[in-house]
Design a protein around this ligand. Structure first.
Ligand SMILES: [Ca+2]
Ligand SMILES: [Ca+2]
Ligand SMILES: [Ca+2]
Ligand SMILES: [Ca+2]
Length: 141
């Protein structure tokens, strides 16, 4: 019994020390692709460091090359390639994560609306660069 208590105390000590030594959350590796997308989207409208719904819609429209209101995989890959965003495998992963209802295309509803909600972690109706980078990272890994 004493041994268990000892182990618990030791575990707690290690935990506290761990938190103490790393008071900040682990840094999210900055993905240059995500950063480029964010900054391009930002620069077109209000360069205030936030993506608004309008700015996000603009990204959507650029990917939706035939303007039918949906982004299919071909369009996504084509635009991805056009923007030289790199790794195609990465593109396919992102596409499928973004297709939240898995019908084979990213539509404004529900996929894009859900994505906006998902990216906007603090619920202030705009996406900060840090929010964008964090969610992008979690979507691509
Ligand atoms: Ca903006
Ligand atoms: Ca389309
Ligand atoms: Ca979909
Ligand atoms: Ca936000």
């Amino acid at each position: 019994m004493q041994q268990v208590a000892y182990c618990l105390a030791l575990g707690l000590f290690v935990l506290i020390m761990g938190i103490h030594c790393h008071p900040e959350r682990p840094n999210i590796p900055v993905d240059p692709v995500a950063q480029a997308i964010f900054q391009t989207a930002e620069a077109n409208r209000t360069p205030d460091g936030f993506l608004t719904q309008e700015e996000m819609t603009e990204i959507f429209q650029r990917f939706d090359m035939n303007a039918d209101g949906n982004i299919d995989e071909t369009e996504f890959i084509a635009h991805w390639t056009l923007l030289k965003l790199g790794d195609l495998e990465h593109a396919v992963t992102l596409f499928h994560r973004a297709d939240t209802d898995r019908n084979g295309e990213i539509s404004k509803n529900p996929d894009f609306a859900r994505l906006f909600y998902y990216f906007d972690r603090d619920g202030d109706h705009k996406i900060a660069e840090s929010e964008f980078l964090a969610v992008w990272y979690s979507l691509s890994t």
